[in-house]
Design a protein around this ligand. Structure first.
Ligand SMILES: CC(C)(COP(=O)(O)OP(=O)(O)OC[C@H]1O[C@@H](n2cnc3c(N)ncnc32)[C@H](O)[C@@H]1OP(=O)(O)O)[C@@H](O)C(=O)NCCC(=O)NCCS
Length: 184
């Protein structure tokens, strides 16, 4: 237990030291996304999480859903921050019985299409691997072509459809594409 805590602290300190070093000595060698770091979400983060969420979706999750996620034992709620500790993305993943499911991934519009979505999904896959999960699942709207392109480029495959799963603006329903990534 003490050894685990020590290693976690050591990891943080080492990472910070590397980050500072590269940022100072080779400022052009790293872009903003390379320098961003992950940490676990806390309740104090919710105002900013809700801001990012409301910019990401037509039907954003409300605060009680995030509270439930933070309280759920098998959920990991991650945020990603820049070098000035500004949160620019979050992701919520549940892991149980060898399966991780990405429930929400949302990137601030100011930093989209710069590789942060990919970096976050790699983090999710590595975390799933560390928890001995064999697959990562997610659901996505067929109209969300950017997200689908991201997931496909990372090796996710379509495994099915949930008919009429999502609300749409015109009052109709949209299917959910179910996608899966196999951890080898
Ligand atoms: C979908 C989302 C997570 C992508 O994050 P991102 O940081 O912009 O993605 P990245 O920059 O890492 O993109 C990686 C790849 O995804 C694809 N991609 C991402 N956005 C795209 C877009 N708008 N159109 C087409 N392809 C896109 C590209 O293949 C890209 O690879 P490239 O850089 O080689 O072109 C982000 O747009 C977002 O948060 N959207 C709102 C919330 C949402 O829809 N979440 C997903 C719910 S399932």
């Amino acid at each position: 237990m003490i050894k685990k805590l020590f290693n976690q602290i050591k990891g943080l300190v080492t990472y910070d030291a590397d980050r500072e070093f590269y940022a100072k000595v080779f400022p052009d060698s790293l872009n903003q996304v390379d320098l961003m770091r992950f940490r676990k979400m806390s309740k104090a983060d919710l105002p900013r999480v809700l801001e990012i969420e409301s910019q990401g979706y037509n039907y954003p999750w409300k605060e009680p859903i995030f509270h439930d996620c933070l309280n759920a034992a098998h959920y990991d709620c991650w945020v990603c921050e820049d070098t000035e500790d500004k949160m620019l993305a979050f992701c919520i993943v549940s892991t149980a019985v060898g399966e991780s499911t990405v429930l929400n991934l949302c990137i601030d519009p100011v930093i989209r299409k710069q590789g942060l979505g990919r970096k976050f999904m790699l983090h999710v896959i590595e975390n799933a691997r560390a928890k001995k999960a064999e697959s990562v699942f997610l659901e996505v709207r067929p109209s969300n072509v950017g997200a689908i392109a991201l997931y496909e480029s990372m090796g996710f495959n379509e495994i099915g459809v949930r008919p009429g799963y999502y609300k749409t603006e015109n009052g109709e329903r949209e299917d959910a594409l179910m996608m899966a990534f196999t951890i080898v």
